[in-house]
Design a protein around this ligand. Structure first.
Ligand code: FES
Ligand code: FES
Length: 176
């Protein structure tokens, strides 16, 4: 999936280790929860995920968070306000891990943020401001794009339900 993204889209999603260790390539996957009646979002490493497994799911990359030129998503704004980016290479991955947490919760304790960031390495080791950004991102006003309300709306759920196909129509690639 990472190769596909970096070949075809802006280069927001980064390649670090390319073996699932550093989290620079983190993206968020939206899918129907097990009950089929709600949305579930989780951060994944795109470098160790096969493209064909996206069939019927929603892929969110860092480029799609910002509503417009002016308005950053609360996760991005909190990262900026807390000076949580140093060299910046790891930042898109941190943003996406925090974004998954943001969509799934209304608040988070320090331990929750640390858990959410367990798969992300920052070589500049500036973890304190990143964790503070994760704790404070919930206090920002609802964003114009990617609010929790939108993410869990019936409209989005229906869209995803229509993507559900039987195996005959499923995405096919060589080897899958
Ligand atoms: Fe390091 Fe994917 S590039 S986990
Ligand atoms: Fe430099 Fe994280 S800000 S690696």
């Amino acid at each position: 999936m990472l190769e596909y993204l970096r070949d075809r889209r802006p280069d927001g999603t980064k390649e670090g280790c390319a073996e699932g260790d550093c989290g620079a390539c983190t993206v968020v996957l939206g899918e129907l929860a097990a009950d089929g009646r709600s949305m579930s979002y989780r951060a994944i490493n795109s470098c160790i995920r096969f493209l064909a497994t996206l069939d019927g799911k929603e892929l969110i990359t860092v480029e799609s968070l910002q509503a417009n030129e002016r308005d950053l998503h609360p996760v991005q704004q909190a990262m900026m306000d807390h000076h949580a980016s140093q060299c910046g290479f790891c930042t898109p991955g941190f943003v996406m891990s925090l974004f998954a947490l943001y969509l799934n919760r209304n608040s988070a304790r320090r331990e929750d943020v640390i858990d959410a960031l367990a798969g992300n390495l920052c070589r500049c080791t500036g973890y304190r401001p990143i964790i503070e950004a994760g704790q404070n991102m919930f206090a920002y006003p609802e964003p114009a794009r990617w609010s929790r309300t939108d993410a869990h709306s019936v409209t989005r759920l229906r869209l995803l339900q229509t993507l559900r196909r039987d195996s005959r129509d499923a995405l096919r690639l060589p080897g899958f």
